[in-house]
Design a protein around this ligand. Sequence first.
Ligand SMILES: O=C[C@H](O)[C@H](O)[C@H](O)COP(=O)(O)O
Length: 233
Amino acid sequence: MKTTGGSDAAKRRAGERAAEDVEDGFVVGLGTGSTTAHAIEAIGRAVDDGLDVRGIATSFQSRRLALEAGIPLTELDAVADVDLAIDGADRVLEGGDARGTLIKGGGAAHTREKLVGESADRFVVVADPSKLTDRLEASVPVAVLPEAHTVVAERVDELDGEATLREAECKDGPVVTDTGNLVLDCDFGPIEDPATLATRLSALPGVVEHGLFVDVADATYVGTADGVEVRRY
Ligand SMILES: O=C[C@H](O)[C@H](O)[C@H](O)COP(=O)(O)O
């Protein structure tokens, strides 16, 4: 699993709190990453105790964790509704009108994560305090068609950003996502207007999905040293 900063105990508290929101009969979007992994494990324990749920994996990783945890899986195109999606984030914006705006995709899973999160009746973010920020300054992961990476990088430059093709750590060449795309990590400096940037990135030819999530989250559960703080939007 990709390692990220933050306390694992705090991630566990957030993940386990989100798992408590899963009700009998729910279809649940299972996000990706080290924080959501705790939610998946907790849902698996509830399934062992008789909870009837079906999960929708957002990545190979979450599919594998769900199978290990004994969570029955389905697919997005096989269900009428997704009741709840639980997912982590690399940055969670706090304050102002843009509360709950996220940057995701540190694990290159944001394409399916956004699809499942946007499809859900409720989208709960699980995070440790290291993810919270009152100013978005992190790079935005942008998944692109492989043949489009140079064209998109030029367009990102025209948007005053700097795109870097994400390189794999354990293979020669770039990261290839679960959906067969490459990832450009795009540095725009401080992002003052996430909604406008999100719209501009979505409009670029060759872009499959970007990791700016604007107005998607309904709540963030922040694991702390001794509990969970809940932000609702
Ligand atoms: O692509 C990966 C996802 O967007 C993750 O949800 C995000 O990177 C957070 O992961 P973690 O909980 O491991 O920090």
